[in-house]
Design a protein around this ligand. Structure first.
Ligand SMILES: NC(=O)c1ccc[n+]([C@@H]2O[C@H](COP(=O)([O-])OP(=O)(O)OC[C@H]3O[C@@H](n4cnc5c(N)ncnc54)[C@H](O)[C@@H]3O)[C@@H](O)[C@H]2O)c1
Length: 351
């Protein structure tokens, strides 16, 4: 399977040039959300003028669009438009648009090519890379989806300039996760920071993307190595689901930051990490992200979602446990009691 490498472009002009190159001579549709349409679509006006799309489809902004109802509407709409198998779907947006668009493209007429133009830091460094797509069912995140690679990924970091502070921080959560997973100089740089930078350094974005890309390339269908990217996600996804159901959606990367704090504590409890190192990493995550943390729900609210997690199987839940930056083990936990204990300790300590 071909794993496309994200192409980083330095300017909006360069983005338009790349995109024109990919679209020349083909029919395409543009999928975006209402907010991205206002902030980012104007940057593509030259391409749209030179190569008019079959349609520009706007979905509602955020996680709400990752739903079977939205996909049903989009399937019908594509049929009405007469979209054929060679036509391309261009997704301009954050992880929500890429996830629902990727799923739409994977399923419509058994698959049409898809191009991702991520507009959030989170989608640039994570969601647009690696082909996972999906929608939420009954509040369970990504309950239905496929793994299918996009044709190309075009990354223009300038789109981050219009992101709300919380959304930028959310993407930075995945940047810190990649740094912890990779260790070495990347962790040395990120681990020193005491505040989230105002702007994403392109060199740092490049290295963060490289961490995700390398793991996906080694193990595209998550037999093993790729699962390390799920660090912080078992607890993180459950938190996202509980808070979404309560009408207070939590940005994905902030949920992952809390998830990482809980899962680090679990590593300590299991004797897989030294206390001093654990405290250092807790402090790093707390210092960078705790201003964006919500009031944490009770374990009881979380538990049902954790049991439903895709990462759980007959042998229990598969969790990446960090031993130190750059060293991660995959552990099959048979029951949830240890996660419960780590979560409750985290809540009492206000993480
Ligand atoms: N497929 C994967 O491998 C993968 C990996 C990580 C996360 N995800 C998924 O990604 C989703 C989260 O993605 P996200 O954090 O990008 O959220 P999002 O796509 O919901 O975007 C967050 C908000 O920012 C707005 N926005 C996007 N780009 C903007 C810009 N440039 N300027 C101003 N506003 C902008 C959006 O309209 C939205 O309101 C979750 O559903 C998560 O499960 C998927």
């Amino acid at each position: 399977v071909k794993i496309p490498k994200p192409i980083l472009v330095a300017s909006a002009d360069a983005l338009c040039l790349e995109l024109s190159g990919v679209l020349a001579g083909r029919r395409y549709l543009l999928l975006t959300d209402e907010q991205v349409s206002a902030h980012c679509l104007p940057f593509l006006s030259d391409v749209i003028a030179d190569f008019p799309p079959l349609d520009i489809i706007e979905v509602e902004a955020g996680e709400v669009s990752k739903s079977p109802e939205v996909v049903m509407q989009l399937w019908s709409h594509l049929l009405e438009l007469g979209v054929q198998r060679g036509d391309v779907l261009v997704c301009l947006g954050g992880g929500s648009v890429c996830d629902v668009g990727g799923f739409l493209a994977a399923t419509f007429k058994r698959g049409i090519p898809v191009i991702f133009i991520p507009t959030t830091l989170l989608a640039m460094t994570d969601a647009a890379i690696g082909g996972k797509n999906g929608i939420d069912i009954d509040g369970v995140k990504n309950a239905v989806g496929t793994i299918r690679m996009p044709e190309s990924i075009l990354v223009y970091p300038g789109f981050c300039d219009s992101l709300a502070r919380e959304e930028f921080a959310s993407g930075y959560g995945e940047v810190v996760k990649h740094a912890i997973l990779a260790g070495g100089p990347l962790f040395d740089e990120v681990g020193r920071q005491r505040v989230i930078p105002e702007k994403m350094k392109v060199s740092l974005l490049k290295r963060s993307i490289a961490v995700k890309y390398a793991l996906v390339k080694t193990d595209p269908f998550e037999a093993n190595e790729r699962a390390k990217l799920n660090f912080g996600h078992t607890v993180g996804h459950a938190l996202e689901a509980v808070l979404l159901a309560a009408g207070k959606p939590l940005p994905h990367g902030i949920a992952v930051a809390i998830g990482m704090q809980v899962e680090l504590r679990l590593g300590l409890m299991l004797g897989m990490m030294e206390q001093q190192l654990e405290e250092r990493l807790q402090l790093l995550l707390h210092t960078l992200f705790s201003w964006a943390y919500p009031v944490l729900p009770s374990w009881t609210e979380l538990e049902v979602y954790i049991s439903n997690d895709k990462k759980s199987g007959r042998s229990g839940i598969r969790l990446p446990i960090v031993e130190s930056p750059g060293s991660v083990k995959l552990l099959d936990l048979r029951d949830l009691s240890k996660i419960q204990e780590a979560y409750n300790q985290g809540v009492s300590a206000q993480l």
